[in-house]
Ligand binder design. Sequence first.
Ligand SMILES: *Cc1c(COP(=O)(O)O)cnc(C)c1O
Length: 564
Amino acid sequence: MSRYHDLLVSLRQAFPAPVSDPVHDGYVVFSLVKALDRVDALKSQAPILGTPREPDYAAAAEARLRHSGRSLEEVIPELVHCLDGLLIFGHPRSQVNVVAHPSIASIIGVVLPSIYNPNLCTDESGRGFSEAEVRVASMIAQLVGYDPRHSGGLFTFGGTGTLLYGVKIGLEKACPNTLQNGIDPSAVLIASEQSHYACLSIAGWLGMGQSKVLKVRTHEDNSMDVAALEQTMRDAIGQGKRIAAIIATMGTTDAFGVDDLAAIHEVRERLVRELALDYSPHIHADAVIGWAWSVFDDYDFAANPLGFRGRTVRALAAATNRIRHLSLADSFGADFHKTGFAPYISSLFLLKNRDELRLVARQKETMPYLYHSGQYHPGMFSLETSRGAGGVMAALANLLLLGKEGFQTLIGHAVEMEEILRELIISRPELSILNEENYGPVTLFRAYPTGVDTFRVKERERSDPAFVTQLRAHNDLNRRIYDRVHHEALTGQGVAIGFTESYRHSNYGEPIVALKSYVLSPYVDENRMQSIITHVLAAHHAVEAEMAGSAKKGKTTSTGWDSP
Ligand SMILES: *Cc1c(COP(=O)(O)O)cnc(C)c1O
C-alpha cells in the first residue's frame, strides 16, 4: 500500500464517522471531554483561567506549519493553552464589559452545525437550519411588534453587520441603484454622538466616507437630542444631501443610553410630509444591546409578578418605555452574543418589510423570499456567500430554553445587581454615578479625591473649561484605581470591573474616563456588588496615599499610568 494510503487510514480516525459507529462516536465525545477536563485544571476562585499572562506574539510570529501532523491527543493541550490567561466573562467576579455567558443550550446549538456544516446560503444546504433562521426571525419579530408575515431577516457577522445591512438598504432607498452604479456623493448617515463607532466603519466601507456621518449631540442621559436631529435633517436636505439612514441607538455600549425612537420616527414622518421628500429616510435601530428589554413589553410592572425590588422595577420600566417602540424602526439589529446569553457570533438583522430585501438582491427580477415553493435563498441578497448556522442555533436554543420569563429573570437580575451597586455608590461621599439616568445592566462611576464635593464636581467637569486640570487629575486617579482593582481581581480578590477611556466628552472636548460594572452573568450576587465598593475604596485610599507620598518627594503623579 502507498504511504499516502496508510496516512489516510489513520487520518480518518481524526474525523467523526459519517455513519453510525457508536465506538468512534464515543471517541469523539471522549476527546471533547478530555479538552474540557484540561480546561477545568485551569480554574480557581479567580475570574481567570490559568494565570494572567501577556500573549507572546514574538513566539507566535515564529510559528510555521510542520511537515508532519500530530495526534489529536497532542493537539488538544495546544488548543486548551489558548484559554490560559483568559478572563472568565461569566464569572461573578468579572464585570468588565457587555459579554455574554453562553448557556449550555446555546453551546450545543453551536456544536451541532459545526459537526454537520450546514450553509445558510440556501435551504438546499441549510435545510432544517434555514428553517431555524426563519423561526428565530419570526419569534423576534413578534416579540418587538413587527408583523412576522411581512418582516424578514437574517443572521450576519455581528452587530456591525446588522448596521451594514440597515444602512445599505436605506442607501438604496435614498439613492436608488447604488448597488448597480456606485455611491452617490450626496449620501449621508445620521447618528448620535454616543452611537457606536461601527457607524463610522460602515460609512467608510460602503464608500460613503466616514466624513458623511453626521453626529447629533446627545442629552446628559446619552440619548440623541431629537430637536438637534431635526435641525441636522433640515440642514442636510436643504443642502441637497440624501439621508441613507438615521441610526437610533437603543442601548449605547458603555452607558446604556436609549434614544427616543418614537420622537425620531415622528420627526422623520413630519419632515417627509412637510418637505415632500421622494423617499422616506430609513430608520435603523441599533438595538444590539437593548432588544432584549422587549421581553418586558407586556410585563405588569405594577403587579411585578417576578418580585423585583422597587428600584429595579423602576429601572426596567424606564428602559422598556423607550424600547417598546422598536417596531417603529424600519430595521434593527439584535446581538444574542451580548444580551442573549449566546456565544459569538450571533447577530440578527431584521427588516420590518422584507420586500425591501429586493433592493439588495442580486437578480432584481427574482423574489428574495419564495416561501410558497419551499425555496429560501438568502444568498441572493446576503453580503455573505457561505453563512454558518451557529449563531442561529445559539439564538434558537436560548429562546426555547429561557422563554420570555427566563429572559425577564436574567435581564431583571442584571439590572437588580446594578441597582444594588448604585445604592452603595450613592452612600459613599467619594464615589459618584455618571450614567444615573441610564437604567441598564451597567453602571459607570468615578471616584474623586477626598473632600471633593461630588454633587457639583461632575457638572464642572462637564462644562467648565477652566476645570480641565482637575478633570485630568480625576481621570488619572480613576485609572490608577482601576489598575489596582483589576490586578487584585486577577489574583482572586474582589471583582474585575471594567474601565472606559471615554464614557463621553466634556462640552469642551475632553474625554471623561469611568469605572464600569457590567453585569450579565446569572451567577452575580449581592455580595459581589458590595465587594466592588470595598475594593474600589481600598484602592482609592492606597492611590491617594501614594500620590501624597510622591507629591512630598516632588514627583509628578501622572507618569507611568497609561490606559490599560
Ligand atoms: C457592540 C455594539 C455594536 C457592534 O456590534 P458587534 O456585534 O460587536 O459587531 C454596535 N452598536 C452597539 C450599540 C454596540 O454595543
